[in-house]
Design a protein around this ligand. Structure first.
Ligand code: LLP
Length: 442
């Protein structure tokens, strides 16, 4: 089976250059750190385009496939524009994400709106901007959506998000498709939802079913189980309610390689399994070949991103660990503190064969839990060295925050030895933009 870009630990253009420094996209990482400051998110355009190609090739045997990038992994206008140029659609989960892809010039009919508690305003924005599909998550939303659609004298095209009852072996907080979940209709509730759409919510047009079983998934057979359940339900609903459901959305979840131990599946293997299973289910349940939608987030963008940090202070605990501090941490990468996530790092400006020591890389935030990488063996770190943490493209900037009133880092896009800022570094004034001192306090 062909390997795919999400199975790499580093961006595909990563190499050591003539100066002995790490470079990505032809750009020396020491120079990037100098030019733009640190912490700095770096995105490699070639890696992004390579994984898009992997997905397109892997599913080419099923021409009705649509790859809808899950924007929650990383949502910026520049990235939206790259993925749009690759022909991907977008899975969005908020007014903010919808607005970002809209401003990036994306064709809004290729956008899907997901989420378990979309607000009136967000649904209205989605309808006004012509978002292609809304995945209705619950009874409350069906009623709300129909009211908005009626008030605008419009029909809204929806999917029903279902909970297929599949457990995947990933971190508890990132499982979503098992029965006790806040997301979607339980299988036993779908009929009632369809009845309501047919009788009361007549401004809604249902096209298919949507599910998502979890994130950072390494198992492949789980997608076959999911497809079987969705196809079975589609066939049943079509017969029972005289519907013509012809869209299935199997969500995202394909894993990436954060550490040496991680063995994520090849996108080609997933493509093979999904397409075979779908073709089998089309026969088994006598359904017309449906349009297939996937929502990969992490596997599209994680590998292309790295974060550069500058080394500052360090502390040797007597008879204990050595802590080495970087100028970022839990607020630009919340994943280690939230999920105990593991990362791999290299020193940008030092050869791997120099003297090494075991250290714990910690952040600059005022919390003991602000640890980025525990007990890692690296070339001896000194103040001013630049550290490159890999696989930070997904769920880093998108989950970053301003704890301790630290401005969020900049992001640059690299390609062919050129670098461009795609998100500028926040300033202190940016932090104050929404602060107001009421007159009576002045
Ligand atoms: N579709 C739906 C409905 C989702 O809920 C998600 C992710 C995706 C697609 C994309 O999944 P992906 O391909 O990225 O695994 N913050 C966590 C991950 C949360 C994922 C939530 N849903 C983390 O940093 O690991």
């Amino acid at each position: 089976m062909l390997s795919s870009t999400n199975q790499n630990q580093k961006p595909i253009t990563t190499m050591i250059n003539d100066k002995g420094n790490l470079q990505i996209g032809g750009c020396d990482l020491v120079e990037l750190a100098d030019k733009y400051g640190t912490p700095l998110y770096v995105l490699d355009e070639e890696t992004i385009r390579a994984i898009c190609n992997d997905y397109k090739k892997a599913f080419s045997a099923y021409p009705k496939t649509n790859i809808m990038y899950a924007s929650k992994a990383l949502c910026t206008m520049a990235l939206s524009s790259i993925l749009d140029s690759e022909g991907l659609g977008f899975d969005t989960v908020s007014g903010g994400e919808i607005y970002t892809v809209y401003k990036a010039g994306v064709d809004m009919s290729k956008v899907l709106f997901n989420g378990n508690n979309k607000s009136y305003e967000e649904l209205e924005l989605a309808i006004d901007l012509g978002v292609g599909r809304i995945s209705a998550d619950n009874f409350y939303e069906l009623a709300l959506l129909n009211t908005i659609a009626q008030s605008k004298n419009k029909h809204v095209d929806i999917l029903l998000r279902i909970t297929p009852g599949i457990e995947c072996h990933t971190h508890e907080y990132i499982q979503t498709g098992h029965l006790d979940s806040k997301f979607g209709f339980d299988l036993s509730q779908i009929d009632e939802a369809v009845e309501l759409i047919q009788t009361e919510y007549t401004n809604l047009r249902i096209h298919g079913l949507h599910a998502h079983i979890g994130s950072q998934i390494f198992e492949t057979s789980i997608y076959a189980d999911e497809i079987d359940i969705i196809c079975r339900e589609i066939s049943r609903l079509n017969k029972q309610f005289g519907l013509n459901l012809n869209e299935i959305n199997i969500g995202g979840g394909i894993g990436v390689k954060y550490t040496d131990e991680d063995q994520p599946p090849s996108v080609y293997e997933i493509g093979h399994i999904v397409v075979n299973k779908l073709n089998e289910c089309i026969k088994k349940y006598s359904i017309e070949p449906p349009a297939l939608f996937l929502e990969p987030g992490r596997s599209i963008i994680s590998t292309s991103g790295v974060t550069l940090y500058t080394i500052g202070s360090s502390k040797q605990v007597p008879q204990g660990k050595k802590y080495v501090s970087v100028d970022g941490g839990m607020a630009d990468n919340p994943r280690p503190s939230l999920y105990d996530a593991k990362y791999f790092a290299q020193v940008v400006n030092k050869k791997e064969d120099t003297e090494k020591e075991k250290v714990t890389i910690c952040g600059r935030y005022c919390e003991s839990g602000d640890i980025l990488i525990k007990d890692v063996t690296l070339p001896v770190l000194e103040e001013g060295d630049v550290l490159c943490v890999y696989n930070t493209g997904a769920y880093n900037y998108s989950m970053a925050y301003n704890y301790n009133r630290v401005p969020r880092p900049a992001m640059v896009l690299v390609r062919d030895s050129k670098s461009d800022i795609v998100v500028s570094r926040e300033s202190y004034d940016d932090l104050l933009v929404h602060d107001i001192i009421p007159d009576r306090l002045k």
